[in-house]
Design a protein. Structure first.
Length: 596
Protein backbone atom coordinates (compact mmCIF):
# COMPACT_ATOMS: atom_id res chain seq x y z
CA UNK A 1 0.00 0.00 0.00
CA UNK A 2 1.22 3.53 -0.76
CA UNK A 3 1.53 5.95 2.13
CA UNK A 4 -2.22 6.40 2.15
CA UNK A 5 -2.21 7.84 5.66
CA UNK A 6 0.25 10.63 4.91
CA UNK A 7 -1.23 11.08 1.45
CA UNK A 8 -4.46 12.48 2.85
CA UNK A 9 -6.06 15.90 3.15
CA UNK A 10 -6.27 15.30 6.92
CA UNK A 11 -2.63 14.32 7.37
CA UNK A 12 -1.35 17.67 8.69
CA UNK A 13 -4.26 18.67 10.91
CA UNK A 14 -4.25 18.53 14.68
CA UNK A 15 -6.13 19.78 17.75
CA UNK A 16 -3.21 21.86 19.01
CA UNK A 17 -3.97 25.50 19.94
CA UNK A 18 -4.04 28.02 17.12
CA UNK A 19 -1.30 30.25 18.47
CA UNK A 20 -1.68 32.93 15.77
CA UNK A 21 -5.47 33.11 15.95
CA UNK A 22 -7.11 36.50 16.47
CA UNK A 23 -10.56 37.07 17.91
CA UNK A 24 -13.28 39.68 17.58
CA UNK A 25 -16.78 39.75 19.08
CA UNK A 26 -19.74 41.49 17.44
CA UNK A 27 -22.67 42.50 19.60
CA UNK A 28 -26.15 41.33 18.66
CA UNK A 29 -28.84 40.58 18.35
CA UNK A 30 -27.60 38.73 15.26
CA UNK A 31 -30.56 37.81 13.05
CA UNK A 32 -30.17 34.49 11.21
CA UNK A 33 -31.65 33.59 7.85
CA UNK A 34 -33.91 30.82 9.18
CA UNK A 35 -35.34 32.96 11.95
CA UNK A 36 -33.06 32.29 14.92
CA UNK A 37 -30.98 34.89 16.73
CA UNK A 38 -27.64 35.05 18.51
CA UNK A 39 -26.96 37.59 21.25
CA UNK A 40 -23.41 38.02 19.98
CA UNK A 41 -21.01 36.43 17.52
CA UNK A 42 -17.32 35.81 18.16
CA UNK A 43 -15.09 35.17 15.14
CA UNK A 44 -11.67 33.54 15.29
CA UNK A 45 -9.52 34.32 12.27
CA UNK A 46 -5.92 34.40 11.09
CA UNK A 47 -4.21 36.83 8.74
CA UNK A 48 -1.08 36.56 6.62
CA UNK A 49 0.94 39.20 4.83
CA UNK A 50 0.49 42.96 4.97
CA UNK A 51 -2.49 45.08 3.95
CA UNK A 52 -1.52 47.87 1.56
CA UNK A 53 -2.22 51.48 2.46
CA UNK A 54 -4.90 51.45 -0.25
CA UNK A 55 -6.38 48.31 1.38
CA UNK A 56 -6.77 46.72 -2.05
CA UNK A 57 -4.80 43.47 -1.77
CA UNK A 58 -6.98 41.44 0.61
CA UNK A 59 -7.85 37.84 -0.29
CA UNK A 60 -10.48 36.05 1.78
CA UNK A 61 -10.02 32.27 1.97
CA UNK A 62 -13.13 30.26 2.90
CA UNK A 63 -12.52 26.81 4.36
CA UNK A 64 -14.28 23.49 3.83
CA UNK A 65 -16.46 21.74 6.43
CA UNK A 66 -13.58 20.23 8.40
CA UNK A 67 -11.25 23.22 8.08
CA UNK A 68 -10.55 26.20 10.31
CA UNK A 69 -8.74 29.53 10.36
CA UNK A 70 -5.28 27.96 10.17
CA UNK A 71 -4.96 27.90 6.39
CA UNK A 72 -1.14 28.02 6.42
CA UNK A 73 1.83 28.10 8.77
CA UNK A 74 3.00 31.56 9.83
CA UNK A 75 6.66 30.65 10.33
CA UNK A 76 8.97 27.66 10.46
CA UNK A 77 7.99 26.88 14.06
CA UNK A 78 4.25 26.94 13.36
CA UNK A 79 2.07 23.89 12.73
CA UNK A 80 1.23 23.21 9.08
CA UNK A 81 -2.01 24.70 7.77
CA UNK A 82 -4.66 22.88 5.81
CA UNK A 83 -3.69 24.67 2.55
CA UNK A 84 0.04 25.20 2.94
CA UNK A 85 0.56 24.08 -0.65
CA UNK A 86 -1.35 27.13 -1.91
CA UNK A 87 -1.01 29.90 0.70
CA UNK A 88 2.34 31.34 1.74
CA UNK A 89 5.35 33.35 0.53
CA UNK A 90 5.88 32.76 -3.19
CA UNK A 91 2.96 30.33 -3.40
CA UNK A 92 -0.13 30.71 -5.62
CA UNK A 93 -1.84 32.88 -3.00
CA UNK A 94 1.35 34.75 -2.28
CA UNK A 95 1.48 36.25 1.21
CA UNK A 96 4.37 38.46 0.11
CA UNK A 97 1.90 40.12 -2.25
CA UNK A 98 -1.54 39.64 -0.70
CA UNK A 99 -3.14 40.16 2.70
CA UNK A 100 -4.83 36.83 3.35
CA UNK A 101 -7.74 36.47 5.79
CA UNK A 102 -9.10 33.09 6.85
CA UNK A 103 -11.90 33.04 9.46
CA UNK A 104 -13.28 29.97 11.17
CA UNK A 105 -16.91 29.84 10.07
CA UNK A 106 -20.00 30.50 12.15
CA UNK A 107 -21.04 27.14 13.62
CA UNK A 108 -17.47 25.86 13.67
CA UNK A 109 -15.58 24.47 16.64
CA UNK A 110 -12.27 26.32 16.62
CA UNK A 111 -13.28 29.43 18.54
CA UNK A 112 -15.94 31.03 16.36
CA UNK A 113 -19.45 30.98 17.85
CA UNK A 114 -20.83 27.48 17.42
CA UNK A 115 -22.48 24.62 19.30
CA UNK A 116 -19.45 23.93 21.51
CA UNK A 117 -19.13 27.57 22.62
CA UNK A 118 -20.87 28.95 25.71
CA UNK A 119 -24.40 30.25 25.31
CA UNK A 120 -24.46 33.63 27.16
CA UNK A 121 -28.06 33.00 28.19
CA UNK A 122 -27.46 29.66 29.91
CA UNK A 123 -23.78 29.80 30.81
CA UNK A 124 -23.17 26.37 29.26
CA UNK A 125 -22.35 25.19 25.71
CA UNK A 126 -25.14 25.65 23.17
CA UNK A 127 -25.16 22.00 22.08
CA UNK A 128 -28.34 21.25 20.16
CA UNK A 129 -29.76 24.61 21.29
CA UNK A 130 -27.50 26.28 18.73
CA UNK A 131 -29.83 27.74 16.07
CA UNK A 132 -29.96 26.41 12.52
CA UNK A 133 -27.67 28.42 10.28
CA UNK A 134 -27.08 28.74 6.55
CA UNK A 135 -24.17 29.48 4.25
CA UNK A 136 -25.62 33.00 3.99
CA UNK A 137 -25.25 33.42 7.76
CA UNK A 138 -21.60 32.36 7.56
CA UNK A 139 -20.95 34.86 4.78
CA UNK A 140 -22.72 37.66 6.67
CA UNK A 141 -20.29 37.11 9.56
CA UNK A 142 -17.34 37.09 7.15
CA UNK A 143 -18.56 40.35 5.63
CA UNK A 144 -18.77 41.94 9.08
CA UNK A 145 -15.20 40.81 9.82
CA UNK A 146 -13.89 42.22 6.53
CA UNK A 147 -15.56 45.54 7.28
CA UNK A 148 -14.12 45.49 10.80
CA UNK A 149 -10.65 45.15 9.26
CA UNK A 150 -11.29 48.34 7.28
CA UNK A 151 -11.53 46.65 3.89
CA UNK A 152 -14.19 48.00 1.55
CA UNK A 153 -13.49 45.78 -1.47
CA UNK A 154 -11.69 42.44 -1.44
CA UNK A 155 -9.29 41.60 -4.21
CA UNK A 156 -10.75 38.09 -4.26
CA UNK A 157 -12.76 35.49 -2.38
CA UNK A 158 -11.36 31.95 -2.77
CA UNK A 159 -12.77 28.69 -1.45
CA UNK A 160 -13.33 25.04 -2.23
CA UNK A 161 -16.05 22.53 -1.33
CA UNK A 162 -18.12 24.21 1.42
CA UNK A 163 -15.80 27.18 0.99
CA UNK A 164 -16.86 27.30 -2.65
CA UNK A 165 -20.48 27.58 -1.56
CA UNK A 166 -19.46 30.66 0.42
CA UNK A 167 -17.78 32.16 -2.65
CA UNK A 168 -21.05 31.74 -4.57
CA UNK A 169 -22.98 33.28 -1.67
CA UNK A 170 -20.63 36.27 -1.65
CA UNK A 171 -21.52 36.77 -5.32
CA UNK A 172 -25.24 36.61 -4.53
CA UNK A 173 -25.36 38.59 -1.31
CA UNK A 174 -22.53 41.10 -1.84
CA UNK A 175 -22.09 41.37 -5.63
CA UNK A 176 -19.79 44.41 -5.43
CA UNK A 177 -17.66 43.31 -2.47
CA UNK A 178 -14.88 41.52 -4.40
CA UNK A 179 -13.08 42.04 -7.71
CA UNK A 180 -12.53 38.32 -8.22
CA UNK A 181 -14.29 35.11 -7.22
CA UNK A 182 -12.66 31.65 -7.23
CA UNK A 183 -14.94 28.70 -6.37
CA UNK A 184 -13.16 25.34 -6.57
CA UNK A 185 -14.72 21.86 -6.48
CA UNK A 186 -18.18 23.10 -5.56
CA UNK A 187 -21.77 23.49 -6.81
CA UNK A 188 -24.80 25.75 -6.75
CA UNK A 189 -26.50 23.02 -4.73
CA UNK A 190 -25.53 19.54 -3.58
CA UNK A 191 -26.61 16.53 -5.59
CA UNK A 192 -29.09 14.07 -4.13
CA UNK A 193 -26.22 11.59 -3.85
CA UNK A 194 -24.16 14.04 -1.78
CA UNK A 195 -27.20 14.78 0.39
CA UNK A 196 -27.66 11.06 0.99
CA UNK A 197 -24.14 10.64 2.36
CA UNK A 198 -24.66 13.61 4.68
CA UNK A 199 -27.96 12.19 5.92
CA UNK A 200 -26.28 8.90 6.84
CA UNK A 201 -23.37 10.74 8.49
CA UNK A 202 -25.66 12.87 10.65
CA UNK A 203 -27.69 9.84 11.66
CA UNK A 204 -24.51 8.06 12.74
CA UNK A 205 -23.91 10.93 15.18
CA UNK A 206 -27.50 11.45 16.31
CA UNK A 207 -27.97 7.77 17.12
CA UNK A 208 -24.69 7.30 18.95
CA UNK A 209 -25.65 6.24 22.52
CA UNK A 210 -23.25 8.84 23.86
CA UNK A 211 -24.86 11.76 22.00
CA UNK A 212 -26.88 12.70 25.11
CA UNK A 213 -29.35 14.73 23.03
CA UNK A 214 -26.47 16.98 22.00
CA UNK A 215 -25.49 17.98 25.54
CA UNK A 216 -22.48 15.69 25.87
CA UNK A 217 -20.12 18.48 27.00
CA UNK A 218 -18.79 17.64 30.43
CA UNK A 219 -20.06 14.06 30.14
CA UNK A 220 -17.78 11.10 30.72
CA UNK A 221 -18.40 9.94 27.16
CA UNK A 222 -18.98 11.73 23.85
CA UNK A 223 -20.40 10.54 20.49
CA UNK A 224 -16.94 9.74 19.19
CA UNK A 225 -18.05 6.59 17.40
CA UNK A 226 -20.81 8.38 15.49
CA UNK A 227 -18.54 11.29 14.56
CA UNK A 228 -15.77 8.93 13.46
CA UNK A 229 -18.19 6.99 11.24
CA UNK A 230 -19.44 10.27 9.77
CA UNK A 231 -15.86 11.19 8.90
CA UNK A 232 -15.20 7.75 7.46
CA UNK A 233 -18.23 8.20 5.19
CA UNK A 234 -16.90 11.60 4.22
CA UNK A 235 -13.50 10.21 3.29
CA UNK A 236 -15.09 7.70 0.96
CA UNK A 237 -16.73 10.56 -0.94
CA UNK A 238 -13.47 12.52 -1.11
CA UNK A 239 -11.59 9.74 -2.89
CA UNK A 240 -12.02 8.68 -6.50
CA UNK A 241 -12.19 5.10 -7.69
CA UNK A 242 -8.70 5.57 -9.18
CA UNK A 243 -7.34 6.87 -5.88
CA UNK A 244 -8.90 3.97 -3.99
CA UNK A 245 -7.32 1.47 -6.38
CA UNK A 246 -3.91 3.12 -6.14
CA UNK A 247 -3.94 3.40 -2.35
CA UNK A 248 -5.42 0.02 -1.44
CA UNK A 249 -5.61 -2.26 -4.47
CA UNK A 250 -2.20 -3.90 -4.38
CA UNK A 251 -2.31 -5.08 -0.75
CA UNK A 252 -5.96 -4.89 0.18
CA UNK A 253 -5.54 -7.61 2.83
CA UNK A 254 -2.58 -5.91 4.53
CA UNK A 255 -4.08 -3.33 6.88
CA UNK A 256 -1.99 -1.02 9.02
CA UNK A 257 -1.87 -1.54 12.76
CA UNK A 258 -3.76 1.48 14.06
CA UNK A 259 -5.46 2.20 17.37
CA UNK A 260 -9.00 2.40 16.05
CA UNK A 261 -11.97 0.41 17.29
CA UNK A 262 -13.31 -0.34 13.83
CA UNK A 263 -13.00 -3.24 11.44
CA UNK A 264 -9.45 -3.39 10.04
CA UNK A 265 -9.53 -6.57 7.94
CA UNK A 266 -8.74 -4.63 4.78
CA UNK A 267 -6.16 -1.91 4.13
CA UNK A 268 -8.95 0.52 3.25
CA UNK A 269 -10.57 -0.31 6.59
CA UNK A 270 -7.49 0.62 8.59
CA UNK A 271 -7.22 3.86 6.60
CA UNK A 272 -10.82 4.85 7.27
CA UNK A 273 -10.60 3.81 10.91
CA UNK A 274 -7.47 5.90 11.38
CA UNK A 275 -9.00 8.95 9.69
CA UNK A 276 -12.20 8.70 11.73
CA UNK A 277 -10.39 8.26 15.03
CA UNK A 278 -7.99 11.13 14.30
CA UNK A 279 -10.86 13.42 13.35
CA UNK A 280 -12.66 13.21 16.70
CA UNK A 281 -9.57 14.64 18.41
CA UNK A 282 -10.14 18.04 16.82
CA UNK A 283 -13.77 18.31 15.77
CA UNK A 284 -17.13 18.63 17.47
CA UNK A 285 -20.07 16.37 16.59
CA UNK A 286 -22.65 19.15 16.90
CA UNK A 287 -20.59 21.34 14.57
CA UNK A 288 -20.49 18.52 12.05
CA UNK A 289 -24.30 18.32 12.14
CA UNK A 290 -24.68 22.11 11.96
CA UNK A 291 -22.26 22.70 9.10
CA UNK A 292 -23.28 19.71 7.00
CA UNK A 293 -26.93 20.76 7.28
CA UNK A 294 -26.02 24.30 6.19
CA UNK A 295 -24.31 22.83 3.14
CA UNK A 296 -27.29 20.65 2.34
CA UNK A 297 -29.74 23.55 2.62
CA UNK A 298 -27.71 25.70 0.22
CA UNK A 299 -29.58 25.99 -3.08
CA UNK A 300 -29.06 28.75 -5.66
CA UNK A 301 -31.04 26.91 -8.31
CA UNK A 302 -31.03 23.76 -10.37
CA UNK A 303 -30.59 25.28 -13.83
CA UNK A 304 -28.25 27.66 -15.61
CA UNK A 305 -31.01 30.18 -16.26
CA UNK A 306 -31.82 30.32 -12.54
CA UNK A 307 -28.15 30.85 -11.71
CA UNK A 308 -27.85 33.52 -14.40
CA UNK A 309 -30.54 35.49 -12.58
CA UNK A 310 -28.77 35.01 -9.22
CA UNK A 311 -25.40 36.21 -10.55
CA UNK A 312 -26.74 39.00 -12.78
CA UNK A 313 -25.88 41.86 -10.35
CA UNK A 314 -22.29 40.60 -9.89
CA UNK A 315 -19.65 42.05 -12.22
CA UNK A 316 -16.61 40.43 -10.60
CA UNK A 317 -14.23 38.32 -12.66
CA UNK A 318 -14.59 34.58 -12.10
CA UNK A 319 -12.27 31.59 -12.08
CA UNK A 320 -14.18 28.32 -11.68
CA UNK A 321 -12.20 25.10 -11.12
CA UNK A 322 -13.39 21.49 -10.98
CA UNK A 323 -11.54 18.18 -10.82
CA UNK A 324 -12.16 15.48 -13.40
CA UNK A 325 -12.50 12.55 -10.96
CA UNK A 326 -14.52 14.41 -8.31
CA UNK A 327 -17.85 12.62 -7.94
CA UNK A 328 -18.92 14.45 -4.76
CA UNK A 329 -18.95 17.78 -6.62
CA UNK A 330 -18.70 16.55 -10.22
CA UNK A 331 -17.47 18.78 -13.05
CA UNK A 332 -20.93 19.11 -14.59
CA UNK A 333 -22.01 21.08 -11.53
CA UNK A 334 -19.19 23.56 -12.05
CA UNK A 335 -20.09 23.71 -15.74
CA UNK A 336 -23.62 24.71 -14.77
CA UNK A 337 -22.18 27.73 -12.94
CA UNK A 338 -19.92 28.52 -15.89
CA UNK A 339 -22.77 28.20 -18.38
CA UNK A 340 -24.83 30.68 -16.36
CA UNK A 341 -21.96 33.18 -16.34
CA UNK A 342 -20.69 32.70 -19.89
CA UNK A 343 -24.17 32.81 -21.37
CA UNK A 344 -24.72 36.29 -19.91
CA UNK A 345 -21.30 37.68 -20.89
CA UNK A 346 -19.84 37.62 -17.39
CA UNK A 347 -16.02 37.54 -17.37
CA UNK A 348 -15.35 33.90 -16.47
CA UNK A 349 -12.58 31.37 -16.94
CA UNK A 350 -13.00 27.68 -16.22
CA UNK A 351 -10.75 24.65 -16.00
CA UNK A 352 -11.63 21.02 -15.29
CA UNK A 353 -8.29 19.89 -13.86
CA UNK A 354 -7.32 16.39 -14.92
CA UNK A 355 -6.85 14.52 -11.65
CA UNK A 356 -7.16 11.01 -10.25
CA UNK A 357 -7.48 12.24 -6.65
CA UNK A 358 -11.23 12.90 -6.55
CA UNK A 359 -12.57 15.68 -4.34
CA UNK A 360 -9.41 15.46 -2.23
CA UNK A 361 -7.45 16.92 -5.16
CA UNK A 362 -8.32 20.35 -3.78
CA UNK A 363 -6.05 19.81 -0.76
CA UNK A 364 -3.39 17.46 -2.09
CA UNK A 365 -0.15 18.48 -3.85
CA UNK A 366 -0.57 16.18 -6.86
CA UNK A 367 -2.30 18.73 -9.10
CA UNK A 368 -1.30 21.98 -7.42
CA UNK A 369 0.88 23.02 -10.37
CA UNK A 370 -2.28 23.20 -12.46
CA UNK A 371 -4.95 24.56 -10.12
CA UNK A 372 -2.42 26.60 -8.14
CA UNK A 373 -1.08 28.04 -11.39
CA UNK A 374 -4.61 29.03 -12.36
CA UNK A 375 -5.15 30.80 -9.03
CA UNK A 376 -1.75 32.51 -9.22
CA UNK A 377 -2.35 33.88 -12.71
CA UNK A 378 -5.90 34.93 -11.95
CA UNK A 379 -4.94 36.88 -8.83
CA UNK A 380 -1.95 38.47 -10.54
CA UNK A 381 -4.16 39.89 -13.27
CA UNK A 382 -6.73 41.15 -10.77
CA UNK A 383 -3.80 42.90 -9.14
CA UNK A 384 -2.76 44.47 -12.44
CA UNK A 385 0.18 42.19 -13.15
CA UNK A 386 0.70 39.95 -16.20
CA UNK A 387 1.55 36.40 -15.11
CA UNK A 388 1.96 34.92 -18.60
CA UNK A 389 5.29 33.25 -17.83
CA UNK A 390 3.66 30.06 -16.61
CA UNK A 391 6.01 27.18 -17.25
CA UNK A 392 6.95 25.30 -20.36
CA UNK A 393 3.63 25.89 -22.10
CA UNK A 394 3.78 29.69 -21.93
CA UNK A 395 4.65 31.80 -24.97
CA UNK A 396 8.00 33.58 -24.85
CA UNK A 397 6.50 36.88 -25.96
CA UNK A 398 3.14 38.38 -26.85
CA UNK A 399 3.01 35.66 -29.46
CA UNK A 400 5.65 33.27 -30.65
CA UNK A 401 5.93 34.41 -34.25
CA UNK A 402 4.24 36.73 -36.65
CA UNK A 403 1.25 35.13 -38.37
CA UNK A 404 -0.05 36.42 -41.67
CA UNK A 405 -3.45 34.83 -41.11
CA UNK A 406 -3.87 36.80 -37.86
CA UNK A 407 -3.18 40.04 -39.75
CA UNK A 408 -5.93 39.28 -42.23
CA UNK A 409 -8.37 38.10 -39.56
CA UNK A 410 -7.90 41.31 -37.59
CA UNK A 411 -8.71 43.24 -40.76
CA UNK A 412 -11.95 41.27 -41.08
CA UNK A 413 -13.17 41.80 -37.49
CA UNK A 414 -14.41 45.33 -36.64
CA UNK A 415 -12.91 47.05 -33.60
CA UNK A 416 -16.28 47.20 -31.83
CA UNK A 417 -17.07 43.49 -32.30
CA UNK A 418 -17.51 40.85 -29.63
CA UNK A 419 -15.47 37.74 -30.44
CA UNK A 420 -15.47 34.10 -29.35
CA UNK A 421 -12.29 32.24 -30.29
CA UNK A 422 -12.71 28.46 -30.46
CA UNK A 423 -9.57 26.37 -30.04
CA UNK A 424 -7.86 29.53 -28.79
CA UNK A 425 -4.67 27.78 -27.70
CA UNK A 426 -2.46 29.95 -25.51
CA UNK A 427 -4.38 33.09 -26.41
CA UNK A 428 -2.28 34.74 -29.13
CA UNK A 429 -5.30 35.94 -31.13
CA UNK A 430 -7.31 36.69 -27.98
CA UNK A 431 -4.50 38.93 -26.74
CA UNK A 432 -4.38 40.82 -30.03
CA UNK A 433 -8.15 41.29 -29.95
CA UNK A 434 -8.05 42.39 -26.31
CA UNK A 435 -5.34 44.94 -27.08
CA UNK A 436 -7.69 46.41 -29.71
CA UNK A 437 -10.37 46.91 -27.02
CA UNK A 438 -12.97 44.70 -28.65
CA UNK A 439 -16.36 44.79 -26.94
CA UNK A 440 -16.07 41.28 -25.48
CA UNK A 441 -13.43 38.61 -26.03
CA UNK A 442 -13.63 35.01 -24.83
CA UNK A 443 -11.91 31.75 -25.74
CA UNK A 444 -12.56 28.02 -25.59
CA UNK A 445 -9.88 25.33 -25.58
CA UNK A 446 -9.65 21.64 -24.70
CA UNK A 447 -6.07 21.80 -23.35
CA UNK A 448 -5.86 22.60 -19.63
CA UNK A 449 -2.29 23.85 -20.01
CA UNK A 450 -3.42 26.35 -22.64
CA UNK A 451 -6.24 27.46 -20.33
CA UNK A 452 -3.78 28.03 -17.48
CA UNK A 453 -1.56 30.13 -19.74
CA UNK A 454 -4.52 32.20 -20.93
CA UNK A 455 -5.71 32.83 -17.37
CA UNK A 456 -2.19 34.00 -16.51
CA UNK A 457 -2.46 36.50 -19.35
CA UNK A 458 -5.71 37.92 -18.07
CA UNK A 459 -7.88 36.28 -20.74
CA UNK A 460 -11.31 34.70 -20.23
CA UNK A 461 -11.09 31.09 -21.41
CA UNK A 462 -13.37 28.10 -20.88
CA UNK A 463 -11.98 24.58 -20.81
CA UNK A 464 -14.26 22.52 -23.06
CA UNK A 465 -14.36 20.00 -25.88
CA UNK A 466 -15.71 21.60 -29.05
CA UNK A 467 -17.13 18.25 -30.12
CA UNK A 468 -19.72 18.67 -27.36
CA UNK A 469 -21.04 21.88 -28.89
CA UNK A 470 -21.33 25.31 -27.28
CA UNK A 471 -24.17 24.90 -24.78
CA UNK A 472 -22.86 27.66 -22.52
CA UNK A 473 -23.45 30.35 -25.13
CA UNK A 474 -26.70 31.93 -26.26
CA UNK A 475 -27.97 32.44 -29.80
CA UNK A 476 -26.26 35.37 -31.54
CA UNK A 477 -24.29 36.16 -28.41
CA UNK A 478 -21.17 37.18 -30.34
CA UNK A 479 -20.65 39.30 -33.42
CA UNK A 480 -17.91 36.92 -34.59
CA UNK A 481 -17.03 33.34 -33.75
CA UNK A 482 -13.55 32.27 -34.84
CA UNK A 483 -12.31 28.73 -35.48
CA UNK A 484 -8.68 29.07 -36.43
CA UNK A 485 -6.77 26.05 -37.80
CA UNK A 486 -8.87 23.66 -35.73
CA UNK A 487 -11.62 22.38 -38.04
CA UNK A 488 -9.38 19.58 -39.32
CA UNK A 489 -9.09 18.23 -35.74
CA UNK A 490 -12.84 18.26 -34.99
CA UNK A 491 -14.78 14.98 -34.97
CA UNK A 492 -18.25 16.39 -35.65
CA UNK A 493 -17.66 19.08 -38.25
CA UNK A 494 -21.29 19.71 -39.10
CA UNK A 495 -22.27 20.13 -35.44
CA UNK A 496 -19.54 22.60 -34.56
CA UNK A 497 -20.18 24.70 -37.67
CA UNK A 498 -23.91 24.76 -36.87
CA UNK A 499 -23.10 25.83 -33.30
CA UNK A 500 -20.79 28.58 -34.54
CA UNK A 501 -23.50 29.90 -36.83
CA UNK A 502 -25.99 29.79 -33.96
CA UNK A 503 -23.78 31.67 -31.49
CA UNK A 504 -22.19 34.15 -33.89
CA UNK A 505 -23.64 36.58 -36.38
CA UNK A 506 -20.67 35.85 -38.60
CA UNK A 507 -18.02 33.16 -38.36
CA UNK A 508 -14.39 33.12 -39.40
CA UNK A 509 -13.04 29.67 -40.23
CA UNK A 510 -9.39 29.07 -41.14
CA UNK A 511 -7.88 25.73 -42.08
CA UNK A 512 -4.87 24.21 -43.87
CA UNK A 513 -5.51 23.31 -47.48
CA UNK A 514 -4.63 19.67 -48.02
CA UNK A 515 -4.74 20.19 -51.78
CA UNK A 516 -1.70 22.48 -51.60
CA UNK A 517 0.65 21.53 -54.44
CA UNK A 518 3.57 20.54 -52.19
CA UNK A 519 1.34 18.18 -50.25
CA UNK A 520 -0.07 16.70 -53.45
CA UNK A 521 3.43 15.92 -54.69
CA UNK A 522 4.46 14.26 -51.46
CA UNK A 523 1.59 11.82 -51.73
CA UNK A 524 1.48 11.37 -55.51
CA UNK A 525 5.21 11.32 -56.32
CA UNK A 526 6.89 10.20 -53.11
CA UNK A 527 4.11 8.06 -51.68
CA UNK A 528 4.53 9.79 -48.30
CA UNK A 529 2.02 11.27 -45.89
CA UNK A 530 1.68 15.04 -46.51
CA UNK A 531 3.87 17.24 -44.31
CA UNK A 532 5.16 20.79 -44.72
CA UNK A 533 7.07 23.46 -42.82
CA UNK A 534 4.02 25.72 -43.04
CA UNK A 535 0.59 24.54 -41.94
CA UNK A 536 1.22 20.80 -41.53
CA UNK A 537 4.39 20.32 -39.50
CA UNK A 538 3.31 17.08 -37.80
CA UNK A 539 4.42 13.62 -38.79
CA UNK A 540 1.58 11.22 -39.66
CA UNK A 541 1.86 9.37 -36.32
CA UNK A 542 1.58 12.47 -34.12
CA UNK A 543 -0.74 14.71 -36.09
CA UNK A 544 -3.89 16.06 -34.40
CA UNK A 545 -5.56 16.24 -37.80
CA UNK A 546 -8.34 13.76 -38.48
CA UNK A 547 -9.87 15.55 -41.49
CA UNK A 548 -8.03 15.99 -44.78
CA UNK A 549 -9.96 18.42 -46.94
CA UNK A 550 -9.34 21.23 -49.38
CA UNK A 551 -10.62 24.70 -50.16
CA UNK A 552 -12.85 23.18 -52.84
CA UNK A 553 -14.21 20.67 -50.31
CA UNK A 554 -15.15 23.39 -47.83
CA UNK A 555 -16.82 25.48 -50.52
CA UNK A 556 -18.90 22.46 -51.50
CA UNK A 557 -19.76 21.83 -47.83
CA UNK A 558 -21.06 25.41 -47.51
CA UNK A 559 -23.14 25.03 -50.66
CA UNK A 560 -24.63 21.72 -49.49
CA UNK A 561 -25.53 23.14 -46.04
CA UNK A 562 -26.91 26.47 -47.28
CA UNK A 563 -24.12 28.42 -45.63
CA UNK A 564 -23.34 31.80 -47.17
CA UNK A 565 -19.67 32.56 -47.89
CA UNK A 566 -19.23 36.28 -47.25
CA UNK A 567 -15.49 36.39 -47.92
CA UNK A 568 -12.67 34.05 -48.89
CA UNK A 569 -8.98 34.78 -48.46
CA UNK A 570 -6.32 32.26 -49.49
CA UNK A 571 -2.69 32.44 -48.41
CA UNK A 572 0.69 30.93 -49.08
CA UNK A 573 2.07 31.32 -45.57
CA UNK A 574 5.46 29.93 -46.50
CA UNK A 575 5.92 32.72 -49.05
CA UNK A 576 4.06 35.26 -46.92
CA UNK A 577 1.60 36.33 -49.61
CA UNK A 578 -2.04 36.17 -50.67
CA UNK A 579 -2.89 33.74 -53.46
CA UNK A 580 -5.33 34.61 -56.25
CA UNK A 581 -4.41 32.14 -58.98
CA UNK A 582 -5.59 28.55 -58.52
CA UNK A 583 -5.93 28.86 -54.71
CA UNK A 584 -6.96 25.22 -54.29
CA UNK A 585 -3.54 24.30 -55.62
CA UNK A 586 -1.31 27.22 -54.62
CA UNK A 587 -2.58 28.23 -51.16
CA UNK A 588 -1.66 26.34 -48.00
CA UNK A 589 -4.18 28.18 -45.77
CA UNK A 590 -7.71 29.46 -46.30
CA UNK A 591 -9.78 32.01 -44.38
CA UNK A 592 -13.55 31.96 -44.84
CA UNK A 593 -16.10 34.39 -43.42
CA UNK A 594 -19.47 32.64 -43.38
CA UNK A 595 -22.99 33.23 -42.12
CA UNK A 596 -26.39 31.57 -42.24
Amino acid sequence: MTDAFGDSSDAVRSARPLVHAQRVTFDGPWELELGGTLDEVTVVYETYGELTTARDNAVLVCHALSGDSHVARHDADDDPGWWDIVVGPGKPIDTDRYFVICPNVLGGCRGTTGPSEVNPRSGRPFGRDFPSITIADMVAVQRRLVTELGIETLLAVVGGSMGGLMVLEWARRYPDAARGLVPLGTAARLSSQALAFDVVARNAILHDPDFHAGQYYGQASKPNTGLAIARMIGHITYLSREAMAEKFGADRLSPREVSAEFEKTFSVGSYLGYQGTKFVERFDANSYITLSMAMDLFDLGGSSWQLASVFKPCDARWLVVSFSSDWLFPPEQSRQIVDALAGTNKPVSYCNVESSCGHDALLLPHDVDMYGGLIRGFLANLDGLDDADDGEHAPTGIFRKHRLDYDRMLELIPLSASVLDLGCGEGELLRLLTDRDCARVCGVDADQHAVRTCVGRGLDVIHADLNEGLPEFADRQFDYVVLSRTLQAVRDVERIVDEMLRVGRRCVVTFPNFAYHKLRRMLAEKGRAPQSTGQLPHAWYETPNIRFFSIADFEQFCADKNITVQRRITLDTEAGREVNDEPNRNADLAIFVVSR
